[in-house]
Design a protein around this ligand. Structure first.
Ligand code: UDP
Length: 239
């Protein structure tokens, strides 16, 4: 079924921002619907998919602590924000006939399963999308680090980092029209050049565990499938 696909089991990292769309805050139902449509296509083709969802469209711990909140407390609020996004995603998946399970790193048994690695693997094998919520369950981390960690744990072929630009550039393409895009780059180069791809914890986790990552533009419809088929839609980052 997965003929034509280069990657058969993948982890997709979606930032909270990706759900906000042009609203810039909260959850835009149309964006979530479009996403579910794209994801439905690859899941129907037999690709096993886990999703790590961020929470920045609702709350970021760093922003809270900058306003004087205790950092850990603010981070827990951030983690709870990711659970809201996870439930919104699951709702859209269901409406598109995609079977899914939410697994949360902070136990919330009324709305989600707890994160249990072996159970997550079983869901993937059965063709269910596993939506991983509440980050790592620990303050001082990000959902990028969660994505790197779960990608390694779930033994995926590739970590797909969805963004609003079509890959990794040597400077910000929004402010510098001469910025050049890398087709491929190593984690070491990302760290050495201080490129804004993921935080250093996530980057070094991927580097140390030889986890390939594709940074691609989610806003172009069909790009998830194209990236999974190995088409050059973004930057491939490797160890
Ligand atoms: N967070 C955390 N531990 C984790 C993952 C996330 O404390 O393992 C908190 C942190 O406050 C973060 C917020 O959850 O700011 C939302 O996650 P993130 O900023 O990574 O979301 P994104 O930028 O991807 O939308």
């Amino acid at each position: 079924m997965t003929e034509g696909y280069k990657y058969k089991r993948v982890l997709l990292k979606l930032s909270g921002e990706a759900l906000a769309g042009d609203l810039g805050y909260g959850i835009d139902p149309k964006v979530v619907d479009d996403l579910a449509e794209q994801i439905g296509q690859i899941v129907n083709d037999g690709v096993q998919l886990a999703v790590v969802i961020g929470g920045g469209n609702i709350f970021r711990g760093m922003a809270g602590s900058a306003e004087g909140m205790d950092r850990s407390q603010a981070d827990y609020i951030g983690m709870l924000a990711t659970v809201m996004n996870a439930l919104a995603l699951q709702d859209a998946f269901e409406r598109h006939g995609i079977f899914s399970r939410v697994q949360s790193a902070i136990t919330m048994q009324e709305v989600s399963e707890p994160y249990i690695r072996r159970r997550a693997l079983r869901h993937l094998e059965k063709g269910r999308v596993v939506i991983l919520a509440a980050g790592t369950g620990n303050p001082y981390f990000t959902t990028d680090t969660t994505a790197a960690l779960r990608a390694c744990e779930l033994d995926v072929d590739c970590l797909m980092k969805a963004t609003k630009v079509d890959g990794v550039y040597d400077s910000d393409p929004k402010s510098n029209p001469d910025a050049t895009r890398f087709d491929t780059i190593t984690y070491m180069e990302v760290l050495a050049q201080g490129l804004n791809v993921m935080d250093a914890t996530a980057t070094s986790l991927c580097m140390d565990n030889d986890m390939e990552m594709i940074v691609f533009d989610l806003t172009r419809k069909g790009n998830i499938a194209r990236a999974l088929k190995g088409e050059p839609v973004g930057t491939v980052v490797s160890a």
